[in-house]
Design a protein around this ligand. Structure first.
Ligand code: GRF
Length: 214
């Protein structure tokens, strides 16, 4: 059965677009049932028909808790099989994470556990890292701290700045996210006791990005 994906996004939505393109190309057996945003002006929202857009600001909802409660209700009503945070810039509360546990994925632009949080590209440069990349992980209550499912690595090259490095990472983010989503929609991915389980086997290291282009 075609899997139902809900996407949380605050910005540009290039990861969402990669998902939509893969669905259209027949390489991801899924349907996007909603795009949910804390930023009504987010470009991500424009990538789907109006009927699939949900956007509120915490301010308009009367605060962070009320916003998150409304988001959780709208998400639950969309009956997603998987919820993908793709450039969603708000921290999710432990209660929210608990409600959707095991179904909540995030793509983060670093080789976790290195560089949790913001400004990952600049921080990789400042740290003198020779390698950087992206991680897809299950969301837990700890920010960017959930079990890592898959990682894609890129070199840091002489002369890189945060923008050139971000572009190199973004190019691997899209196939990495799709690789994980293909496992997810095929029923091959689960989280058990804080571990990533693929095909019924616990993984002790993140999957690498497959070389086959998405
Ligand atoms: C990506 O780098 C993602 O890893 C991070 O935010 C960025 C979102 O990009 N969490 P986009 O909105 O999908 O284009």
């Amino acid at each position: 059965m075609t899997a139902r994906l809900a996407i949380l996004a605050s910005g540009r939505g290039s990861n969402l677009q990669a998902i939509l393109d893969a669905i259209a190309a027949g390489t991801l057996d899924a349907t996007v049932v909603g795009v949910f945003s804390d930023k009504p002006e987010a470009q991500a929202l424009q990538r789907v028909p109006e009927a699939l857009r949900w956007a509120r600001t915490p301010k308009a909802c009367g605060g962070r808790d009320a916003f998150e409660a409304a988001l959780a209700e709208a998400l639950a009503a969309a009956r997603p099989d998987w919820i993908v945070c793709a450039g969603y810039m708000r921290i999710l509360s432990p209660g929210f994470v608990q409600r959707f546990a095991g179904r909540l994925l995030n793509i983060h632009p670093s080789l976790l556990p290195r560089h949790k949080g913001l400004h990952t590209h600049q921080r990789a440069l400042d740290a003198g890292d020779s390698e950087h990349g992206a991680s897809v992980h299950f969301v837990t209550a700890e920010l960017d701290g959930g079990p890592v499912i898959a990682q894609a690595r890129v070199p840091v090259l002489p002369g890189d700045d945060a923008d050139t490095l971000a572009a190199r990472v973004l190019a691997v983010e899209h196939p990495l996210l799709l690789q994980v989503l293909r496992l997810a929609v095929a029923g091959r991915l689960a989280e058990r006791d804080g571990r990533v389980v693929v095909d019924g086997q616990a993984r002790f290291t993140p999957l690498p990005l497959e070389s086959t282009p998405a």
